[in-house]
Design a protein around this ligand. Structure first.
Ligand SMILES: O=C(O)CC1=CCC(=O)O1
Length: 263
């Protein structure tokens, strides 16, 4: 297992693919780990230096006391890039990972080549729901909210067709440290990039899911309408389209990150 010390926090990461290729970083959603990217590993690592990591408080990464902020999660990515000697990388994030991507594009555009914002939004509300979810998790553990939350990750039909995947995802969520999860809920609660999107100058692809109840397609459309030049793709699926519409997700990601830079 590989770890990077970023701002005093030990982050777990995995590197795949040829280190001579352009780097592509994948950033997990709330309550997931780098394992959420399993169907992307083989096709992406064939063409890129793929870096997956567990956000602080998640997976095998350290769980410093919260609350966290999206700025901290973004600085963790910069620390990881520094640790790996990567000057610039492509970046794709799902949901909370997409909030981290927006922060990076606004605060460290020089470190990003291209940005994919997947099943995410400029703000994911309502704030009071995040406060109460964090309180529930601190009191009763992540297991207490796991059924409700995981039910929104895949459509009911897809979960029924893929019961092992649905069970694996629920286990991943329930295994997340309560303090890390609660602290990250507050980072999601406090993020709001709506007024900043017009300043994003990094080439951006927005991917949304037609049946996503957590970050609806309309929220993805809003991102694409407000980020100059952003492309928009709507896939079939709920919150984790990278797991539900795998072929089209991978095709969209690889086509976008493989595009030549605009001259
Ligand atoms: O957990 C949810 O309900 C959906 C979500 C919001 C931010 C994130 O990463 O997942």
């Amino acid at each position: 297992m590989a770890f990077a010390e970023c701002d005093g926090v030990r982050l777990h990461y995995r590197a795949d693919g040829d280190p001579a290729n352009a780097a592509l970083v994948l950033s997990n959603s709330l309550g997931a780990s780098l394992d959420m990217w399993a169907p992307q590993v083989e096709p992406v690592a064939r063409r890129f230096r793929l870096i997956r990591y567990d956000a602080r408080g998640h997976g095998q990464s350290a769980v410093p006391p919260g609350p966290y902020t999206i700025a901290q999660l973004g600085r963790d990515v910069i620390g990881l890039l520094d640790h790996l000697g990567i000057g610039q990388a492509h970046f794709a994030g799902v949901s909370m990972g997409g909030l981290t991507g927006q922060w990076l594009a606004l605060n460290h555009p020089e470190r990003l080549r291209r940005l994919a914002l997947c099943n995410t939004a400029a703000t994911i509300g309502p704030p009071e729901n995040w406060t109460s979810r964090a309180e529930a998790v601190r009191a009763d553990g992540v297991g207490s909210i796991a059924d409700t939350v995981a039910a929104r990750w895949l459509t009911a039909d897809y979960a029924a067709a893929k019961p092992e995947l649905a069970a694996t995802l629920r286990r991943m969520l329930a295994a997340t440290a309560s303090e890390g999860y609660a602290a990250a809920c507050l980072a999601v609660r406090d993020a709001d990039f709506r007024a900043d999107l017009a300043r994003i100058a990094v080439p951006t692809l927005v991917i949304a899911g037609t049946h996503d109840a957590a970050t609806p397609a309309a929220a993805g459309r809003f991102l694409a309408d407000h980020i100059p030049g952003a492309q928009y793709r709507e896939l079939s699926g709920a919150h984790l389209t990278n797991l539900e519409d795998v072929a089209r997700f991978n095709e969209a990601l690889l086509a976008f990150f493989g595009e030549a830079p605009a001259s």
